[in-house]
Design a protein around this ligand. Structure first.
Ligand code: CP
Length: 302
């Protein structure tokens, strides 16, 4: 596996290989080993054409911890602003002998196009509404840590499924690992062609969706991808779909709550639940670092 573009490229043996590296790095790091030489002499370029806090920081930090040289390239301060195409930008980065290109782009399919054009290893850090495979891996690892398994778990994903690259990647990976998946959201936020999602249940009723679930993943309402008309209904969304304590009580007693972040507090969930007892949101962030260390290492050795 040279590139990480889509969950479609991840076979069970890849998942298990990356998970093993994730656990090894996390254990060593927690025992005080915070510097490694596995990527010494390698360069990682991080062109991000959309905003990011978690993904960019953790990919950069992961590279630094492994001993690589890392360079951030922000879309807004790059020569793209002067009219340079994505193709020319990426060929320029490749000419600087980049070993890894970690790309976030607003266009679905951008990482796939780039991977076909360059010799560098390419990691998709989120492309439009298409995929976010490293998020799916860290979500799966976080669930595995807390629940000890994924097979047979009842997992519900609530929110803006239509615009969510996290939902697409999570659904594919968690289904591959044997979870039962329900998706829930207003009709306008559910994909029109549901058959491509291969989920087990689809509902617009959040109370029904949450009942008896082991894991509830809430998604950010993607205001930047919504039509203007949606703005007037945010409060209604919060009332009809937002997580509150009453709805938490519908889940299994030992259920966990997740969100890829950033959270729109008071919209997808009540503020006090964001870092509450059931929340794994900060575990997801922490595991993002070790997941990205593992991804670099796995792509190098395979
Ligand atoms: N989960 C996620 O992709 O967050 P960022 O946009 O902050 O990277």
């Amino acid at each position: 596996m040279k590139n990480l573009i889509s969950v479609n490229n991840i076979e069970l043996k890849d998942f298990e290989g990356i998970y093993k590296l994730f656990r090894d790095y996390k254990e060593k790091y927690k025992n005080g080993e915070t510097k490694f030489t596995d990527l010494r002499g390698y360069s990682i370029l991080l062109p991000f054409f959309e905003s990011s806090t978690r993904t960019r920081t953790s990919f950069e930090l992961a590279g630094k911890i492994l001993g690589a040289d890392t360079i951030n390239i922000s879309g807004s301060s790059s020569s793209v602003k002067k009219g340079e195409t994505l193709y020319d930008t990426i060929k320029t980065l490749e000419a600087m002998n980049a070993d890894f290109i970690v790309l976030r782009h607003y266009m679905s399919g951008a990482a796939h196009i780039v991977a076909n054009k360059v010799k560098s290893r390419v990691i998709n850090a989120g492309d439009g509404t298409h995929e976010h495979p490293s998020q799916a891996l860290l979500d799966a690892f976080t669930i595995l840590e807390k629940k000890g398994k994924i097979e047979g778990l009842k997992i519900v994903i609530v929110g803006d499924i239509l615009h969510s690259r996290v939902a697409r990647s999570d659904i594919k990976l968690l289904k591959m690992l044997g979870a039962e998946i329900t998706i829930c959201g207003p009709q306008t936020m559910l994909p029109r062609h549901l058959e491509v999602f291969e989920v087990d249940y689809v509902t617009t009723d959040v109370n029904e969706a949450l009942k008896g679930k082991d894991v509830a993943i809430f998604l950010r309402i993607q205001l930047e991808r919504q039509k203007k008309v949606f703005f007037s209904t945010l409060n209604e969304y919060s009332i009809r779909y937002g997580l509150n304590q009453e709805r938490v009580n519908l889940l299994k007693e030992d259920a966990v709550i997740m969100h890829p972040g950033p959270v729109n507090r008071g919209i997808e969930m009540q503020s006090e639940l964001v870092y509450g007892d059931r929340s794994l949101i900060l575990d997801q962030v922490e595991n993002g670092l070790f997941t990205r260390m593992a991804i670099y290492r796995y792509l190098l050795q395979n």
